[in-house]
Design a protein around this ligand. Structure first.
Ligand code: PHE
Length: 347
């Protein structure tokens, strides 16, 4: 029996030393000390011993049990420590590694240019307002002296919402002239930027959605000279003192007289050619149309309850994309709407 106990002890010690997981330890504990374990099996034979042998063997059995229990605890602690160590090593955080920088965006180039334009006109005393993109045909056309049957009212040019063509996506920011004069009386100075929509095919200088900035000034003694002064001031602030622009006579139903203002093409500097080829940005014109403008038509003033015999005014509507193209030297308008981060990050 003594031999049995000694061999249990030595085998147990070796096995416990080998065990490397909590599960393996538990398995050994059951095998060695459990009710059906090896030690219990030996103790069951105690009855066969003599009275003198019994306490000696009992003592030996107890010391074997104690040794196994002690070794179990020891291995348990060691395995626990090594498991913890492995876990810590695998989850280690190196606080000295430089962090991943968060990419901070910036204003879209269109907004940058819009902000610059707004700054100029706010400096001149204009109030900046916004209006609806879904507009009544009455404001977008009729009250701007654009009568039924005018080509710009055609279904092939304008996005309509209703069968009777009374509600539409505004084709220009000019309805803001009417809305503003309905609620404000002269002297007034207004700037109304916003999106407009036309059934245009997209190309280098056209898009079915683009932005306009409407301007309106009404007071006594306002002349075409005031209009030119305001626009030239803006151009010089944005493009520098030597900015090149020209005014051409034009026709708009809601201004009389009317004009358009062009800016010298930033790509070919007015020559219409680049390396012997027709300039693709201005199509060889040498000039890029920026805006329409004119003196507010007396009929328009009248329909807003403003006396055209006492007051005169000017209005302009400029294309923001065109302004941005010149300001930022962008050759194709479609790039502005692509939202390609490589393009946008250049500005
Ligand atoms: N609304 C006109 C257009 O879109 C531009 C314009 C605005 C002309 C104000 C005259 C006065 O073409």
């Amino acid at each position: 029996m003594k031999q049995q106990l000694e061999s249990i002890r030595s085998q147990a010690m070796a096995a416990l030393e080998e065990a490397s997981t909590p599960a393996a330890l538990e398995e050994l504990r059951v095998k060695l000390l459990g009710k059906k374990g090896e030690l219990t099996a030996v103790l069951k034979q105690m009855g066969k011993l003599t009275a003198e042998e019994r306490p000696v063997m009992g003592q030996l059995a107890n010391s074997v049990r104690a040794a196994i229990e002690e070794k179990l605890e020891e291995r348990k602690a060691e395995i626990h420590a090594s498991v913890l160590e492995a876990k810590l090593a695998s989850e280690a955080v190196d606080v000295t590694i430089p962090g991943t920088a968060v990419a901070v965006g910036h204003q879209h180039p269109m907004n940058q240019v819009l902000q610059q334009i707004k700054d100029v006109f706010v400096g001149l005393g204009y109030q900046v307002v916004e209006g609806p993109e879904v507009e009544l045909a009455d404001y977008n056309f009729t009250r701007l002296n654009i009568e039924e049957g005018h080509p710009s009212r055609d279904r092939s040019d304008t996005f309509y919402f209703t069968d009777d063509d009374s509600v539409l996506l505004r084709t220009q920011t000019s309805p803001m002239q009417i809305r503003y004069m309905e609620t404000h009386k002269p002297p007034l100075c207004m700037l109304a930027p916003g999106r407009v929509f036309r059934k245009d095919e997209a190309d280098a200088t056209h898009s079915p959605m683009f932005h306009q900035i409407e301007g309106l000034v009404v007071d006594e003694h306002i002349t075409m000279g005031d209009l030119k002064g305001a626009l030239i001031t803006m151009m010089r602030k944005l493009y520098g003192e030597d900015a090149q622009m020209r005014f051409r006579p034009h026709h708009f139903p809601f201004t009389e007289p009317s004009c358009e203002m062009d800016m010298q093409c930033h790509k070919c500097h007015g020559t219409g050619e680049v390396n012997g080829q027709v300039c693709s940005t201005c199509h060889g014109e040498g000039w890029i149309e920026l805006l329409g403008a004119g003196m507010v038509h007396p009929k328009v003033l009248e329909c807003c309850g403003i006396d055209p015999n006492k007051y005169t005014g000017f209005a302009f509507g400029m294309g923001l994309e065109r302004m941005a193209m010149g300001r930022l030297k962008i050759n194709d308008l479609r790039l502005i709407f692509d939202n390609d981060i490589r393009f946008l990050n250049q500005f």
